[in-house]
Design a protein around this ligand. Structure first.
Ligand code: 4NP
Length: 156
């Protein structure tokens, strides 16, 4: 099994119940298939859903792709994350702006937009599916999975 030495990845969205748990799960799935080990987690900008499992619609779309995310629990981004992870990927531009505005003086993580990993999608955001229907979650899964494939390809 390949080990991406010293690589640790945090996926961040607003609530940590829709996009970032899906990004975490998609990355873990692709990495496992590729035989790549890395430390992975997700977190939210806000604290509204701390301790809660992913949104049922996010759980459902992941399960359709044979990934069980029911055991994940939301948490809020903390200052320690800026030094505890080598890479922090924001799901959208608002998340990125807040992450950069809140960053401590001392930080080692590289902070960027998730879709910057996908050729042709630089600067784009993973749309927030929270207020929409199930099809939005399918789009989210496809977007975070594509980013995961590119990220694993880079790390192998
Ligand atoms: P997420 O989606 O940031 O992808 O987890 C959201 C979840 C909850 C809320 C907004 C977005 N909310 O306003 O509670």
């Amino acid at each position: 099994m390949a080990m991406a030495q010293h690589v640790s990845i945090l996926f961040v969205c607003l609530g940590n119940i829709c996009r970032s748990p899906l990004a975490e799960a998609a990355f873990c799935d692709v990495a496992e298939r590729a035989g790549l080990r890395a430390r992975v987690d997700s977190a939210g900008i806000g604290n509204w859903h701390v301790g809660k499992p992913p949104d049922p619609r996010a759980q459902a779309v992941a399960l359709r792709y044979n990934v069980d995310i029911s055991g994940l629990r939301a948490r809020q981004v903390s200052h320690r994350d800026y030094t505890g992870f080598t890479h922090i990927f924001a799901m959208d531009q608002d998340n990125l702006d807040v992450l950069l505005a809140r960053c401590p003086d001392k930080m080692s993580a590289e902070v960027s937009l998730l879709l910057d990993l996908v050729p042709g999608r630089t600067g784009q955001s993973v749309a927030d599916p929270y207020y929409g229907g199930a099809d939005g979650f399918e789009t989210t899964w496809n977007e975070v999975s594509e980013a995961a494939r590119h990220l694993v390809g880079r790390l192998l």
